[in-house]
Write a protein that binds this ligand. Structure first.
Ligand code: UDP
Length: 381
């Protein structure tokens, strides 16, 4: 019998934890779509953080570029992604390459597709902080990708407007919602059926503050100031416990050892597996973070988030009053934490869909397989 070849062969390139979280539901959906084949290329920019995410979603990468080397410069990592993805594209035919966000893996995986003239799809297109160097190097990466990509999957109308203002052709842009919200809702559903224990014990009446911080531009004094503010917080409010999954970056670990010694109510732990982290978000009274993805997830769960940065590419949470930019100044961070804990804001259902409704992957797959008109997808979000 004659074998029919798939109509759409997709290569998904990813390297870091947030890319894995945001692309896993898309990879799964592509895998379940008839007439479509999907292969996953892991660059291993973050190997230890990515593997558990892919396992949770039941994904086994077909390719592993294993690009990381100790103390490697960004340019060396970039070079290895470019060469690795180019080699795959030279050896196997793909109809489209999908990358997500703003990492070195995304930009140089995307550039490899561009050089080989394979259509490129950028998931989470159009995010802008307005400052090319903050976050560094992500803002530059995402702008460059949006020039190269054939399909621009913007998570929100704000992101689409950025692309239009920069001159992107409207027919390249699809507003889909953020695929990270698809992943979050899938994890939340699982946790409703099977809750996971927190890695720390909370006593009666105790409040949980969840902290993550690892941005390169905060390294040094700003990071030490953030951690000092958190230490001050537990001294001012004995009912507060801070759960702090610490990013493996050595700069972050050194700051934690220097500032958070002798702080019994600041629990610095290893990074949590994604469902455990979602469980912690669900239970948190307040979330402090400089992460991009967590700025999207917190409002989707009706949680208030203080953003430990001076700029953000996710203004929707600020506009809705669920997120606030507090920077890294020690006393300001403390004052805002105290104010939020003393005046808890009720969750409001309308905030839950700021960044997506959990159907972004469905829309993206419909576009990639030619089953949705641009107009339909644009109207959808
Ligand atoms: N996350 C996780 N475990 C943790 C901390 C975060 O699974 O211990 C998840 C979080 O839910 C979010 C993503 O990792 O989806 C954010 O990753 P990160 O802060 O590394 O990157 P960014 O969002 O800033 O790009």
């Amino acid at each position: 019998m004659k074998k029919t070849s798939p109509v759409c062969r997709v290569l998904v390139v990813l390297g870091t934890r947030p890319e894995a979280i945001k692309l896993a539901p898309l990879i799964r959906r592509l895998g379940q779509t008839s007439g479509t084949s999907v292969a996953t290329c892991l660059t291993s920019q973050h190997r230890d953080l990515v593997r558990p995410v892919l396992e949770f979603f039941g994904i086994r990468p077909e390719f592993d570029l294993d690009i990381m080397a100790p103390g490697q410069a960004l340019s060396d990592a970039a070079n290895r992604v470019l060469r690795g993805v180019s080699r795959i594209l030279a050896e196997q035919a793909f109809d489209v390459v999908v990358v997500q966000g703003d990492t070195t893996s995304a930009l140089f995986g995307g550039l490899a597709a561009f050089y080989r003239q394979v259509p490129l799809a950028h998931v989470e297109a159009g995010l802008r902080s307005g400052d090319l160097k903050r976050p560094f190097p992500e803002e530059a990466h995402r702008r460059l990708l949006d020039i190269l990509a054939d399909y621009l999957f913007a998570p929100t109308v704000t992101a689409r407007n950025h692309l239009l203002q920069e001159g992107a052709a409207p027919e390249r842009i699809y507003v889909t919602g953020n695929t990270g919200i698809d992943a979050l809702f899938q994890a939340r559903q699982l946790l409703h059926r099977q809750p996971r224990p927190l890695p720390i014990d909370l006593g009666p009446g105790e409040k949980l503050v969840l902290l993550t911080t690892h941005r390169r531009e905060s390294f040094g004094q700003p990071l030490r100031d953030i951690l000092s503010a958190v230490r001050d917080l537990t001294r001012h409010r004995p009912e507060v416990r801070v759960l702090f999954p610490v990013h493996p970056n050595p700069e972050v670990r050194a700051a934690v050892s220097a500032v958070l010694r002798d702080c019994p109510r600041v629990h610095a732990v290893e990074p949590l597996d994604y469902p455990d982290f979602v469980q912690a978000m669900l239970q948190a009274d307040l979330i402090l973070t400089d992460s991009g993805g967590i700025q999207e997830e917190a409002p989707a769960l009706g949680k208030r988030v203080l953003v430990l940065r001076d700029t953000t590419e996710r203004p929707e949470g600020l506009d809705a009053g669920l997120a606030e930019l507090v920077g890294t100044d020690r006393s300001h961070v403390l004052v805002r934490c105290l104010a939020c804990l003393d005046n808890p804001q009720a969750a409001d259902d309308t905030f839950h869909q700021l960044y997506g409704d959990g159907r972004a992957c469905e829309r993206i797959v419909a576009v990639l397989t030619g089953q949705a008109s641009a107009a339909v997808t644009r109207r959808a979000a």
